[in-house]
Ligand binder design. Structure first.
Ligand SMILES: [Zn+2]
Length: 271
């Protein structure tokens, strides 16, 4: 079976199953409790959809510029239509934000900025997305206690301080940002800039994963292996202590052992 873990990073798996942002349960059933339209601008409509988790009874809100067809299956619950595929891509903003998508070993200040950048990108607010990406590098440098007068210097300093992280990601961050920053300010709705910002954010995600998640996973596995090893082989020091304690508790055994062991003047003493 192919790896399906990408489904864990979505809100909506399909029109009946989703990953709940409240109880953090994956693949629980949900229903749409209501749908309402409002005017985003004078000539652009927006729809809000309310998704109810059937596991924890909380309701999340999801905004889209598409009028997605829903059908009632009980008096109060409806479902998105079967032919609506790739539901997540149709929403540009959700409350709560998809916090569960990012590993909680990544500091929350960085997770907040990734979530905000994603939200900006989905709404095509490219200046906002670009600002979030720069702020992320600034905060990451602060956490790593590295100096740098500007974005470029900080990325270079981070690359040096984290040699275990694949350097390609830092190189991508350097090359892409110089192209993107001018483009973003020239034309905020340019699709070219959106694509580049997406690559920039994907690189930042990889960097964060390698800095905060990979070493933690490795440490966990190391701890597990050491624990198994300890169970199999008690430490030599403990054996010595156990033997001494056993002899102290059983003076007859001690005397018996002393009788059995040949007394050699230069040999090791049992005492
Ligand atoms: Zn839930």
């Amino acid at each position: 079976m192919t790896d399906q873990s990408h489904l864990d990073s979505l809100y909506f798996i399909d029109n009946t199953i989703y990953n709940c942002p409240y109880c953090n349960r994956r693949h629980v059933t949900y229903a749409i409790t209501s749908k309402t339209a409002f005017d985003w601008t004078k000539d652009k409509q927006c729809w809000a959809y309310f998704a109810y988790c059937r596991s924890c009874n909380n309701t999340s809100m999801h905004l889209s510029f598409q009028d997605l067809k829903t059908t009632y299956f009980t008096n109060s619950f409806s479902r998105f239509d079967d032919d609506l595929k790739d539901l997540d891509s149709r929403f540009f903003f959700s409350v709560p934000t998809s916090f569960f998508v990012l590993d909680d070993r990544i500091p929350s200040v960085l997770r907040d900025l990734i979530t905000e950048a994603d939200g900006c990108l989905k709404s095509n607010f490219l200046t906002g997305a670009s600002a979030c990406a720069r702020k992320l590098i600034y905060e990451l440098a602060k956490l790593a206690k590295v100096e740098g007068a500007n974005y470029e210097d900080r990325v270079k300093a981070l690359k040096e301080v984290y040699p275990a992280v694949d350097g390609t990601f830092f190189d991508t961050l350097l090359s892409i940002q110089s192209m993107t920053s001018t483009k973003v300010h020239e034309n905020a709705l340019d699709n070219w800039a959106a694509k580049h910002l997406r690559v920039m954010l994907a690189s930042i995600r990889e960097v964060l994963h390698e800095i905060y998640v990979v070493p933690a996973l490795r440490a966990d596995r190391r701890k597990q292996v050491l624990k198994l090893q300890d169970e199999l082989m008690p430490k030599p020091k403990e054996v010595a202590i156990d033997a001494r304690a056993a002899m102290a508790a059983r003076p007859n055994l001690r005397n018996a052992l002393l009788d059995v062991i040949p007394k050699e003047p230069s040999g090791p003493s049992i005492e």
